[in-house]
Ligand binder design. Structure first.
Ligand SMILES: Nc1ncnc2c1ncn2[C@@H]1O[C@H](COP(=O)(O)OP(=O)(O)OP(=O)(O)O)[C@@H](O)[C@H]1O
Length: 275
């Protein structure tokens, strides 16, 4: 059972020999789609036990990177380790230790929420009784208990995110990867998800999540990586990446070179007064 190690004390991304390895180590990662270079030589070490935000503008390469890191997309080049295991040479070891909530998650639509969790837990090799206990608790905490018999196809966008999150957490993974977990989620549910994730990282587990919402990243994460045009522009503890900027949003705009960008004279036809 890949339950979490009790003492993860590493405080730096690189760690100390003999101690817990970084949650994720990426070296020389590349991915092209035809002429399009989506990921252009990413090197990254994400420390264990942190709440980590991967941020970047549209098309920066976040989803492509997370897909390669979680073993869903084969890199053209590069090496990826999760919790000390090579993602592409040792996929079974890695998959037992990770939970993934991908973008555009496909779920088994004709199962109810409860059935989906039972099925996922058994696929993960958990004993039936344990699955039932954990599933009931997760459904309860995520405010889905009333919808446990409803088919997933009839779930709302936010409910789908929450059941996807429950399925990703059921086996108590060491590292949880979430692609835009708060998109389409109402503020109450967002607060609930946040509480679950904070509790999870407080116990030593690692969350890596991608988002465009800087306020959210700033309030949740203690470590961030900023990506633009397929490369990592900055990474490190939140305060370090923010530097002297007023907010992470300002630092981000500076880093991705978007500060001061406006529409100029373009769109001068737009608006009620210009007829
Ligand atoms: N399957 C694919 N085929 C062709 N191009 C792709 C494919 N997947 C991604 N790309 C391209 O790779 C680049 C990076 O895309 P990616 O989805 O990783 O960015 P992102 O940072 O997740 O963006 P967003 O924040 O908009 O979701 C984009 O230019 C995108 O068009």
């Amino acid at each position: 059972m890949p339950d979490q190690a009790s003492d993860r004390t590493v405080d730096t991304a690189d760690g100390v020999p003999g101690e817990v390895p970084p949650a994720v180590r990426v070296e020389g990662l590349w991915k092209r789609f035809g002429e399009q270079i989506a990921v252009a030589g990413v090197d990254l070490a994400l420390p264990a036990g942190r709440f980590i935000g991967l941020v970047g503008p549209n098309g920066a390469g976040k989803t492509t990177t997370l897909s390669m890191v979680t073993g869903l997309l084969r890199p053209d080049q590069g090496r990826i380790e999760v919790a000390g295991h090579d993602v592409w040479r040792d996929p079974v070891e890695v998959k037992a230790r990770i939970g993934v909530l991908p973008e555009g998650l496909r779920l088994f639509e004709r199962l109810s929420g409860g059935e989906l969790l039972s099925y996922t837990g058994r696929l993960r090799g958990l004993p039936g009784e344990e699955v039932d206990t954990r599933a009931a608790q997760l459904l309860d905490v995520l405010d889905l208990a009333g919808a446990r018999h409803k088919l997933v196809v009839d779930y709302s966008t936010g409910m789908r995110k929450k059941i996807g999150l429950a399925a990703a957490l059921l086996h108590n993974p060491q590292v949880l990867f979430l692609d835009e977990p708060f998109e389409g989620v109402d503020p109450v549910s967002a607060q609930t998800i946040r509480g679950v994730l904070e509790r999870y990282t407080a116990s030593g587990a690692t969350v890596v999540f991608s988002s465009h919402v800087m306020e959210l990243v700033e309030s949740l994460c203690d470590w961030v990586a900023v990506m633009a045009a397929g490369r990592i522009r900055a990474h490190g503890p939140l305060a370090e990446v923010r530097g002297s900027a007023r907010s992470l949003q300002d630092a981000f705009l500076e880093l991705v070179g978007a500060n001061g960008r406006d529409t100029g004279d373009a769109l001068d036809w737009l608006g009620g007064g210009a007829r």
